[in-house]
Design a protein around this ligand. Structure first.
Ligand SMILES: C[S@@+](CC[C@H](N)C(=O)[O-])C[C@H]1O[C@@H](n2cnc3c(N)ncnc32)[C@H](O)[C@@H]1O
Length: 195
């Protein structure tokens, strides 16, 4: 039975409906590689997953997870900040996943920061195919996450509706720190250019 669950489950539902075999997609925050494995399955052997993380531990645990699932052959992993997205992604993409915050079980000092997230999200929006989607799961339960979520809302609210449809999913009865999912779909005829 379908269940209404937290932010990352909405992102997972969307990617499962959207991503097709042969697609190119991006995991902008590898973490422990759970999203990367799911994406690698969806794009199939003819597709490509391009991934970023600043932490060598995240890249190596994602590498190991992909290897054990036999999915490495369709993935490019970069131990580089996603703010360098435009230097590494040179083709239009169907889907980009951001799961902000820190590495689960890792160093909480190393968390995504709005200054670099803004550059990465802008680059991601530039890279999307018509009707392609970017999802951003945000975690406002800590100070940087709260700041990042607020700035993200301002940034996304400023996008022109003829360029992107933007959805904010928020559980109204789960408390102020509950994760939120933002869904941005590029419209046909979008003329957005990186600001
Ligand atoms: C919540 S975790 C991602 C979880 C992951 N999607 C999974 O399925 O396990 C957030 C990740 O973002 C990474 N990160 C922080 N700053 C980054 C940056 N500038 N570029 C890319 N990744 C970054 C952290 O190292 C951390 O691994």
């Amino acid at each position: 039975m379908w269940e209404l669950r937290s932010a990352r489950f909405l992102a997972a539902d969307i990617r499962e409906k959207l991503v097709q075999p042969g697609d190119t997609v991006v995991d902008a925050t590898l973490g422990n590689g759970h999203d990367t494995v799911a994406l690698a399955r969806l794009v199939g052997s003819s597709g490509l997953v391009i991934g970023f993380d600043v932490q060598p531990d995240a890249v190596s645990s994602t590498y190991a997870r992909l290897q054990s699932e036999g999915l490495l052959n369709r993935c490019q992993l970069h131990c580089v900040g996603h703010e360098h997205f435009a230097d590494y992604v040179h083709r239009p993409v169907r889907y980009v996943s951001f799961n902000l915050g820190w590495l689960p079980g890792g160093n909480k000092e190393i968390t995504t920061q709005w200054e670099t997230t803004r550059i990465a999200v802008s680059s991601a929006l530039n890279s999307l195919l018509p009707m392609g989607v970017c999802t951003v799961c945000a975690y406002p339960g800590h100070a940087e996450g709260n700041h990042e979520r607020s700035e993200l809302i301002s940034f996304l609210a400023g996008l022109k509706p003829q360029d992107f449809n933007v959805l904010r999913q928020q559980f109204l009865n789960a408390g102020p720190g509950a994760p939120e999912c933002f869904v941005i779909q590029r419209q046909t005829g979008c003329t957005y250019i990186y600001p």
